[in-house]
Design a protein around this ligand. Structure first.
Ligand code: UFG
Length: 327
């Protein structure tokens, strides 16, 4: 297939692009490089453009005779979305509508969309299944939920086929050490912890130790970025007119913040001093996926389940790229 990967220079996008190309697809990346990295898309054709630029998107879709779109481009920080929700509505919602309209105008109707566990808010049941009530507690999760609903309408009325993939905590890096996580600012737990053995940080703050969990710290389901990439490839192959899939992508195993830090200690062989800090607003105590539907629908299951194996790949990347892509 000829594929346009919007946001393909970002963390999950770039890993997926590599896998799609290896699977024999023809891939173009469309990215504004606000968070993505030019160095993460070496080899594929890069179109630098804005999501809001419906005309440029339409031109790319038509001229390249694109068969399907994978849409990763989004602002994705919970705290930032609380402080400045307008940016999230404009970029995530209005931006995605611009993409959907460009697709409609060019007759492209297949899309794989990056959704999130943040659409569930503080879930009523654990592990989370796809029918667990979606009640986001921050603007980020709400913008992703609204887009899922728009996709439902586009499927019903315009014959779109979509897969909304609800990621749990994306983590790790390509094991070959050439692609990885590089956010500015970095807010995610594993890359922040690994800054300690890299000598870039003295300690890690643990946000809350009084949650109703095994050791009082938040529990998350860490899913390897290459496992996410494989799910996109499988979802793409399932898209038929009128099909709408919404699937959880997680490993099904929960790890507490303290367990993740301990795994980083073991993998790096370096002590990681910790400091207990207040809870971070907007953090649910526990988020763990029931990903059986993705297994049924896509034949997908994660290859990385043990947290050490995920941290090992992240460590390989950060050790060899202490300043990220350095661009
Ligand atoms: N944490 C710390 N100290 C830090 C950083 C994180 O204790 O310095 C904790 C957080 O409080 C949280 C856990 O580590 O309990 C994981 O935090 P991350 O920031 O790595 O990930 P989140 O779970 O907050 O975020 C992920 C995705 C978001 C998504 C969110 C849904 O990255 O895109 O899950 O809750 F919206």
């Amino acid at each position: 297939m000829k594929l346009l990967v919007v946001g393909g220079a970002g963390y999950v996008g770039s890993h997926t692009v590599r896998l799609l190309a290896r699977a024999g697809h023809q891939v173009w990346v469309y990215d504004n490089l606000s968070q993505g990295h030019r160095a993460a898309v070496s080899g594929e054709s890069l179109i630098v453009g804005e999501l809001a630029d419906t005309g440029l998107l339409q031109q790319a879709l038509a001229e390249l005779q694109i068969d399907a779109v994978l849409h990763f481009a989004a602002l994705a920080l919970v705290g930032e979305s609380m402080a400045d929700p307008a940016r999230y509505w404009i970029n995530n919602v209005a931006g995605t509508l611009s993409l959907l309209e460009a697709m409609r105008a060019s007759g492209v109707s297949r899309i794989v969309f990056s959704s999130t566990t943040a659409t569930y808010g503080v879930p009523e049941q654990m592990p989370i299944v796809e029918t667990t009530r979606q009640q986001p507690i921050n603007p980020y999760g709400l913008t992703k939920l609204v887009i899922e609903q728009a996709l439902g309408d586009y499927a019903r009325s315009y014959g779109f086929a979509y897969a909304a993939l609800r990621y749990f905590n994306a983590a790790g890096a390509d094991p070959d050490g050439t692609l990885g996580e590089d956010h500015d600012p970095e807010t995610h737990l594993i890359p922040l912890v690994l800054q300690v053995p890299l000598g870039q940080r003295d300690e890690i703050a643990i946000f809350g130790d009084d949650y109703p969990t095994l050791d009082g710290t938040c529990v998350r389901d860490y899913v390897h970025v290459n496992d996410l990439a494989r799910a996109h490839l499988a979802a793409l192959e399932r898209l038929q007119p009128g099909i709408g899939l919404a699937l959880n992508l997680g490993s099904g195993r929960g790890y507490s913040v303290l367990e993740v830090i301990e795994a980083c200690r073991r993998v790096t062989g370096h002590a990681v001093p910790v400091r207990f800090a207040p809870r971070r607003p907007g953090d649910p105590p526990e988020l763990v996926a029931d990903a059986r539907l993705a297994r049924q629908q896509l034949g997908w299951q994660p290859e990385y389940v043990e947290i050490e194996s995920i941290v090992e790949t992240a460590w390989r990347w950060h050790r060899s790229h202490p300043r990220g892509y350095d661009d």
